[in-house]
Design a protein around this ligand. Structure first.
Ligand code: SAH
Length: 401
């Protein structure tokens, strides 16, 4: 039964169109009145009912202060958002991962919940063996964290025993929720996980995001196929995922670079867990400086996987320039017959813009370049077709003559 007590927020006339196409965001400007906590009887994170200006119920979502005022959880006027709601959504998310066969003896790391892609906007859950690392990006999900944790460990055959909550840096600072990173359920139970046969340390306590970038799994497998006999440079290596793939693929030599000394020690540790044959070196250095200082033709396989250059649309211009500069340096230095794996994980940069930035970088060096593969995020990061913004990872594999 639907909870009839929820506050109703009305849309301005004509603002229901995107919601009628199931886009899950309500912008503050679409509301007849943007509630002000303190003045109106509504707090950040509260559940609200959305209706059209003339009273038709559109669905239910989480309210928050900001340009995205409501993140829609359901478009069914009769569906209550209660503990069973979260339970059902998590079961559906787990059903999909089972279909993808991502939980295996040789693969224990995968994304279980990918926000809008799993119809749970504001929530991310990555699984590392018996531990789920959960991140709330909205106050509403923060308040639902205990329910979600309970339902995660209840998922049949998912094998989740511990839930670590890690939202200190993902929740809006102004909401003053003061979240603490800690176990909600269970306890520390080892910090290694497997990706396609390789063991990784996953540092969810101190690492970036949930501790590991599960979204590059398929692209690492592709790199492995190209690595035999090559001299590989893995820029922005973080925990060394691409370095391991290159070593596994028979690379002659692999050099990993990251500006963070912590990342370099994680990469070194992960290489040591899986290989011990002297083919790997690492360097804690700025990527741009490293590319400037290295010799021409030294490497014939280069990976560029930088952090998001544009966190917001306002930074788009600078971000595109950043991608252009970075890729131009790689095009200048890569050996003839070289292969470049180049990525952008900025949500604000779309596929076409990224391709244009790489294209103009290539043109500036005058080299002959062909596209071999166009890559995106793996299937455990599904894109809700009504929320195309969810497609954030873009990559190209290029053959450079
Ligand atoms: N390729 C990694 C993920 C990269 S995340 C993987 O497969 O897991 C981005 C990394 O870039 C972070 O580890 C960050 O420390 C590093 N970084 C950020 N700015 C940098 C810079 N200017 N030079 C080198 N590394 C940088």
């Amino acid at each position: 039964m639907k909870d009839t007590e929820l506050p109703v927020l009305k849309l301005r006339k004509g603002k229901e169109d995107s919601l009628d196409r199931f886009h899950p965001w309500v912008f503050s400007g679409a509301l007849m009145h943007m509630p002000q906590p303190g003045e109106d009887e509504i707090e950040e994170g509260d559940l609200v009912t959305i209706s059209t200006h003339d009273g038709r119920i559109v669905g239910t979502g989480h309210f928050q202060i900001g340009s995205i005022a409501v993140r829609m959880l359901t478009f069914s006027p009769d569906e209550a958002v209660d503990e069973d709601f979260y339970g059902r959504r998590l079961e559906q998310a787990w059903e999909l991962r089972k279909a993808l066969n991502l939980k295996r003896e040789d693969n224990t790391a995968f994304r279980l919940v990918h926000g809008e892609g799993d119809f749970l906007p504001g929530l991310v859950v990555d699984v590392y063996g018996p531990t789920a690392v959960m991140q709330a990006h909205s106050p509403g999900m923060h308040f639902a964290r205990d329910i979600i944790a309970r339902r995660l460990v209840a998922l049949k055959d998912a094998g989740i025993e511990n839930v670590y909550y890690k939202s200190e840096t993902t929740l809006p600072y102004k909401a003053q929720l003061d979240p603490h990173n800690d176990y909600i359920l269970g306890h520390f139970a080892g910090d290694t996980a497997m990706e396609n046969g390789f063991t990784f340390h996953v540092d969810w306590l101190r690492g970036q995001k949930t501790g590991f970038f599960v979204d590059q799994r398929d692209n690492r497998s592709l790199l492995r196929q190209y690595s035999n006999g090559r001299k590989v440079l893995n820029m922005f290596c973080y925990t060394g995922g691409f370095s391991l793939a290159a070593l596994a693929g028979g690379a002659k030599e692999v050099v990993s670079v990251d500006s963070s000394a912590k990342a370099i020690s994680l990469t070194d540790a992960n290489v040591a867990l899986n290989f011990n044959d002297g083919r790997h070196r690492s360097s804690a250095e700025d990527a741009f400086k490293f590319l400037d200082n290295m010799g021409k033709d030294e490497y014939n396989l280069i990976v560029l996987d930088p952090p998001a250059f544009a966190k917001h649309r306002s930074a788009l211009r600078n971000a595109l320039q950043g991608y252009r500069r970075l890729n131009a340096k790689a095009f200048e230095k890569i050996a003839p017959g070289g292969i470049l794996f180049t990525f952008s994980c900025s949500q604000a940069v779309n596929k076409e813009q990224f391709r244009l930035a790489v294209f103009s970088a290539a043109a500036s060096t005058g080299r002959r370049v062909r596209i071999l593969h166009q890559m995106t995020q793996p299937a455990d990061h599904p894109v809700n077709i009504y929320h195309p913004e969810g497609e954030y990872l873009k990559g190209l594999v290029l053959y450079v003559e």
